[in-house]
Ligand binder design. Sequence first.
Ligand SMILES: Cc1ncc(COP(=O)(O)O)c(C=O)c1O
Ligand SMILES: N[C@@H](CCSC[C@H](N)C(=O)O)C(=O)O
Length: 439
Amino acid sequence: MAAPLPDGQPGKSASPLQRLDLDGHDLPPSPAPSSPRNGRRRYALATELVYTEGKDQYGASSTPIYQSATFKQTSASGGQQEYDYTRSGNPTRTHLERHLAKIMNANRALAVSSGMGALDVISRLLRPGDEVITGDDLYGGTHRLLTYLATNQQIVVHHVDTTDVNAVKQRLSEKTTMVLLETPTNPLIKIVDIPSIARLAHEVNEKALVVVDNTMLSPMLFNPLDVGADIVYESGTKYLSGHHDIMAGVIACNDAAIGDKLYFTINSTGCGLSPNDSFLLMRGVKTLAIRMEKQQTNAQAIAEFLESHGFRVRYPGLKSHPQYDLHWATARGAGAVLSFETGDATVSQRIVEATRLWTISVSFGCVNSLISMPCQMSHASIDAKTRKERQMPEDLIRLCVGIEDANDLIEDLSRSLVQAGAVTVTLDGFHANDSAQSL
Ligand SMILES: Cc1ncc(COP(=O)(O)O)c(C=O)c1O
Ligand SMILES: N[C@@H](CCSC[C@H](N)C(=O)O)C(=O)O
């Protein structure tokens, strides 16, 4: 693999002979990638998601899967050609990465084998003794990896309430090398003021890296790099792919040197996304806008339904969300994950197990609607004591809304609430039990 050029893209073949195919045609390399910065006008994001530029030698409108581990070389001198080995680079992955860079407003994007893989790659920028400030409401796997780093790699990890800018400010020091943020947080749907925290972190230590996990919103609704983040990553397993048929992670940044370091780790450790999964992720990304639009509309209807029946609902699409204004100051939508409580973990479990359309499953961002209890499922890797300290309600139910008919989803949920005994039924309808209302 040729060393990446300063603009972060792999080098081009040098010799004109390498461009002749078996029939002697002088065709461009296949596929020339979707270019993020070629001087043309930018279209609206929904258009950019589907619009790709390619110079495939056969005009393939969908970039082919280059299912090849290795690439034949024309010379033994090495480093002459764009690709030599798929761990180092693959045309399908390059095409995807260029497309992702475009939609993530980044100079460089990298695709890896999972969201946790992305955080692992980013965390290798840290050195023993470095300090990381992060939230106290975080995806369980993120908490697990940070705990591993604190225990085994001498990284100092501070968990603070990142919804409180002052709490973060008090923790910031010249030793802070990374600030790792999620917004909305998973699963308590708390909002974090990324621009203010990024500004403060860079004031205290200009080299501090502000890293944002944008999995909950996706580039459709938020571009953290535009508001001061240095690195953004996402689990591509969620909204970007949208169908729960692959695991993927993406990382994006604007600084070429950071991009090169991240690429070095990916090539060295071998976690680059496979050609087949790169193809599937590329296909998924093209429908992100239409899926997210429908998922959000459904999520809003479901949040309003639950709230109108007396449940305390955590969703930034509701005016009752305590950080409604902060969320809408930077985000372009509320997303499609919400959570609510019943006041009783046993009742919550009965609701989850009574649903039919809502599948009991971890993850989110899929076209199908999912229901789960984070404390027992996605966040079980956070021990019970820590969950209690962080006031994670054990009865919390998380709803990850899909693209089904909203009325069908509401009907299924209503039946489950009644069947589980979570509501009091009257002649006028039903209302959340007192235990849920007094929260
Ligand atoms: C907010 C968030 N970040 C990162 C991840 C990790 O992604 P993956 O499962 O693709 O490793 C997840 C879920 O798994 C998540 O919910
Ligand atoms: N058993 C898994 C749990 C994955 S949770 C997936 C997703 N981030 C979510 O929030 O639902 C693990 O141990 O990581």
